[in-house]
Design a binder for this molecule. Structure first.
Ligand SMILES: [Zn+2]
Length: 162
């Protein structure tokens, strides 16, 4: 029979050689998907020996299942978990990059819109100054600030021309 495996009871935490109360000898299949998974990687479906154990600690007596299987199965599972973890990290990285680019574009579009408004105002100022400069006789005092000022109303413009 050999040495029994020392294992920690999932109920009370007692580590010991818990008593085997049942052994299922036949190769065990988890489900069709895992069978395909292992056949792809190991050339054979998952099989293991299932055992039901009972905690040796007298106050516990909890029952739990353990399995014995080829190390290859565990290796393949661990590698698959690592790959999955890696691809999740990559996905997160790409997602974060996309979000930051979207935010940058949004910010730049806002800047562009603001700049377009500033350009319109500046062009209007330019048009007013040029128009007034060309129309007004040189001897009349010209208030440049007044011409540029957008808040100025028609009355003000007329009073300047008088
Ligand atoms: Zn226990």
């Amino acid at each position: 029979m050999g040495n029994a495996l020392e294992i920690k009871c999932p109920y009370c935490g007692y580590t010991g050689k818990h008593k085997v109360i049942k052994t299922v000898h036949q190769p065990y299949k988890w489900n069709e998907e895992t069978d395909v998974f292992f056949k792809d990687r190991l050339g054979k479906g998952l099989s293991y020996r299932l055992r039901k154990k009972k905690c040796v600690y007298s106050l516990c007596k909890g029952e739990f299942d353990t399995v014995e299987m080829l190390r290859d199965y565990l290796k393949v599972m661990a590698e698959a978990i690592t790959d999955l973890d890696q691809s999740k990290k990559q996905e997160k990285m790409f997602k974060n990059k996309v979000i930051s680019l979207e935010e940058e574009i949004k910010f730049m579009r806002k800047q562009k819109a603001d700049l377009e408004i500033k350009l319109i105002i500046q062009e209007e100022k330019y048009r007013r100054v040029v128009t007034y400069w060309q129309a007004a006789p040189i001897e009349k005092s010209i208030s440049l600030a007044g011409v540029e000022n957008f808040q100025e109303n028609e009355e003000d413009e007329e009073s300047v021309e008088e």
